[in-house]
Design a protein around this ligand. Structure first.
Ligand code: DAK
Length: 275
């Protein structure tokens, strides 16, 4: 399929039917749930799973009806317990490099999706699992969530962006501590350190995720997506250039029908009906 051609939900459902390791399911109007579905190995990521994730993200990108994506793991024990160690054990140095590049590219694609992406961390998020969660726009955690980068226990370094994203999210000192000890952080600490936005009892995590996603899905699609671009791109710019970019995008948002509708609705005292 041409990645530029928008597809409808029926075509998207058909395209996802062949996947073995992941699920992409509607949850509410505009809200889809992407689940890593290998519960027997705590949803560990092997090359096949990464390839399916890559296809799923292409599908999400070209399905305009999907306005917010939730990402989680199957079962009640794990979000994703890391890269698949049985798979990695067989890799040569060159294959290891390709595996890391594959994971990096998939997580970068996730990060760069136009739509907001929310990680629902329902248990262990270790190594590649923590890296997957950190590639989402923000994290909601269940009370049993555990975050960590235990690569030092395996004699390797993080390979899917963990050393970089964790440092940006929790700061250099705490990232160094977690990366060099491999210790796990529980949900309360993740909340305290700003890695997770909220913590919920496990049984409520999906419902809360859907509720929050629905709030976003009712807002102006163009404003939400432009805002994501501003946050994504701005964090790597100096403040002067980032503010120039914000002025430009602010101007651009004035060209949208949603701007006309949003402002008219406010002045007329009614709810906006965004396109
Ligand atoms: N890979 C493969 N299988 C895994 C797994 C994993 N990451 N994590 C768990 N499993 C499997 C277990 O082997 C077990 O399988 P069976 O024995 O039942 O066949 C099953 O899932 C249930 O796990 P446990 O029996 O161990 O369950 P417990 O409750 O006792 O312990 C645990 C849960 C999450 C604490 C434990 O499973 C654990 O420590 N898992 C490994 C966590 C971990 O170290 N993850 C990897 C992080 S490192 C790179 C590319 C990528 C990466 C690095 C470099 N380059 C190529 C350079 C990324 C690395 C990582 O992600």
């Amino acid at each position: 399929m041409n990645s530029q051609v928008p597809v409808g939900l029926a075509a998207a459902a058909e395209a996802s039917a062949g996947w073995q390791n992941i699920l992409l399911q509607p949850q509410a109007e505009g809200v889809y749930l992407l689940t890593v579905n290998r519960p027997k190995v705590l949803n560990a990521l092997n090359a096949d799973t990464l390839a399916e994730l890559d296809q799923a993200l292409d599908l999400v990108a070209k399905t305009p009806a999907i306005r917010v994506l939730l990402v989680t793991g199957s079962g009640e024990k794990a979000f994703v317990a890391g890269a698949d160690i049985a798979h990695m054990r067989q890799l040569s140095a060159l294959e290891g490099k390709f595996f890391a590049e594959q994971g990096m590219a998939v997580f970068r694609k996730l990060e760069n999706l136009r739509v907001p992406v929310i990680a629902l961390v329902n248990g262990y998020a270790l190594g590649g699992g923590c890296e997957l969660a950190m590639s989402c726009d923000f994290i909601l955690a269940a009370e049993n969530a555990r975050f960590g980068q235990p690569e030092v226990n395996l004699g390797v370094t993080p390979g899917f962006g963990g050393s970089q994203r964790l440092t940006r999210l929790v700061g250099r000192g705490m990232a160094m501590e977690l990366l060099t000890t491999g210790r796990m952080m529980n949900a309360a600490e993740a909340l305290q350190r700003g890695l997770a936005n909220h913590v919920y009892p496990q049984a409520e995590l999906l419902g809360e995720g859907i509720r929050l996603a629905e709030q976003i899905a009712t807002k102006s699609r163009s404003a939400v997506q432009l805002t994501k671009q501003l946050v994504q791109r701005g964090q790597d710019l100096d403040l002067d250039n980032a503010c120039v970019m914000e002025s430009d995008v602010f101007g651009l948002s004035f060209s949208t029908p949603d701007r006309e509708e949003g402002m008219a609705a406010f002045l007329e005292g009614r709810k906006p009906e965004f396109s």
